[in-house]
Ligand binder design. Structure first.
Ligand SMILES: Cc1cc2nc3c(=O)[nH]c(=O)nc-3n(C[C@H](O)[C@H](O)[C@H](O)COP(=O)(O)OP(=O)(O)OC[C@H]3O[C@@H](n4cnc5c(N)ncnc54)[C@H](O)[C@@H]3O)c2cc1C
Length: 375
């Protein structure tokens, strides 16, 4: 009973959510991403106001544990933790009306920050919302590598409303992706998390009403700090289920497989690798549930930013290490698609890039520790 280390409510929610996921799995087969999204939303996961953050994390873990696509769990966790929960403080009545369908999965939202020249450096973004005489804005530019862009209804689009590099030069608009002047590129041929579509959004003089900006002009950097801190704190919760599944499968395989006339599990080298996998999962759970509880206790985003960066670095790297050991111990079957033991090594690696590249997060952690170091 290595992992019954959280409180009873958490473990119970994980198990209930796992059962819900197992019941969903056959229904998800052969469905489009939007159809899968709608079915998964029936679990209540996206009802942002219903339950604590810790409870939502346990639901995400349980769905992942059930074996439903990690990519779907990633996308659900990304919308919930990286958009729905952190943006509450900035939404006005009109924006709440437009996003009323998020909670039951009828509406899908994406987070459009990255540009061709501005992945790690948001202050260099070129997408512009230019204020017009009547108080509206004209949106022009392009966002790339946006999760769910090919299928989303609305996007949070980070834009430049000032010309300099001050945080107040950035704003964020809620954009209806069916508006005139919005164009979506074809889905990109993404190798990580392939079941979630990713794409390009182009804006050619799109008219935005004044109420489209969250928190008004100049609030973009504050909103981005909140969405990225929440995402760094909790998004990797989607990896806990797959990590536990890989560990369980590796233990079962090591017990079943024989080498040199004895069980593979009798090797101390194999046992050491299994112990490392257990450690990666154990500390990832501790970190994720620890920060979820601190958010529930009311710790502010500003206080959490350094901690969230460390959680993101640690869990993404432990997810990658654990996957690598699972692949190594599974031998050739890890690389055969229909062996039932295939291991996806690319998706864990990609987690070192999204939600803040780990190298730059390390720099921000060192800065908060007191080093005078800039990006
Ligand atoms: C699966 C996936 C989903 C994504 N979804 C979204 C989304 O929904 N919305 C969105 O806006 N974006 C999304 N992205 C894009 C992501 O945010 C960017 O990839 C990320 O910001 C990094 O930008 P880049 O890829 O241009 O890397 P770069 O900025 O080119 O960085 C590449 C590498 O260069 C090194 N590096 C760069 N600068 C420094 C420095 N100053 N110091 C040290 N090292 C440095 C680091 O090793 C870094 O990993 C997604 C990416 C992936 C992989």
């Amino acid at each position: 009973m290595l992992f019954v280390n959280e409180d009873k409510t958490v473990e119970q929610t994980v198990q209930e959510s796992c059962l819900q996921g197992q019941a969903l799995r056959p229904e998800l087969e052969g469905k489009t991403f939007r159809e899968q999204w709608l079915l998964a939303a029936r679990t209540g996961l996206l009802r942002a106001s219903d339950g604590t953050v810790t409870n939502k994390l346990a639901m995400v873990e349980g769905l992942g544990l059930s074996g439903i696509s990690p990519a779907l769990c990633y996308a659900l966790a990304s919308q919930l933790f990286g958009m729905q929960l952190p943006m509450q403080a900035w939404l006005n009545a009109e924006q709440r009306r437009q996003l009323a369908g998020l909670e039951d999965g009828e509406t899908v939202l994406c987070h459009a920050l990255t540009e061709a020249h501005g992945g790690s450096d948001p202050m260099s973004m070129e997408t512009v919302a230019q204020r017009q005489a009547d108080g509206s804005y004209r949106l022009t530019g392009e966002k790339r590598f946006i999760t769910a862009a090919p299928v989303a209804d609305h996007a949070l689009v980070f834009v430049r409303t000032g010309k300099g590099r001050s945080p107040f030069d950035l704003s964020v608009a809620l954009v209806d992706l069916s508006a005139p002047g919005v164009e979506r590129g074809a889905p990109l041929d993404k190798t990580a998390l392939p079941c979630v579509p990713m794409g390009v959004l182009s804006f050619d003089g799109v008219r935005l009403e004044e109420h489209s900006l969250l928190g008004g002009e100049g609030a973009g950097f504050s909103v981005m700090t909140a969405t990225t801190t929440w995402e760094r704190a909790l998004l990797m919760g989607y990896a806990l289920g797959p990590m536990r599944r890989m560990l369980d499968q590796t233990v079962a395989w090591s017990r079943e497989r024989t080498h040199f006339g004895r069980s593979m599990s009798a090797s101390h080298l194999v046992a050491g690798h299994v112990a490392d996998m257990s450690l990666y999962l154990y500390r990832s759970r501790k970190l994720l549930y620890g920060i979820a509880r601190r958010i529930d206790a009311g710790v502010t985003v500003r206080q959490l930013s350094g901690e969230a960066a460390m959680v993101k670095i640690s869990v993404s790297e432990d997810f990658t290490r654990l996957s690598q050991l699972a692949a190594q111990l599974g031998g050739v079957r890890s690389y055969i698609g229909d062996s039932g033991r295939a291991i996806d090594l690319i998706s864990p690696l990609a987690s070192m890039t999204y939600a803040g590249v780990n190298d730059l997060l390390r720099i921000s952690v060192a800065r908060q520790a007191g080093l005078p170091v800039e990006n």
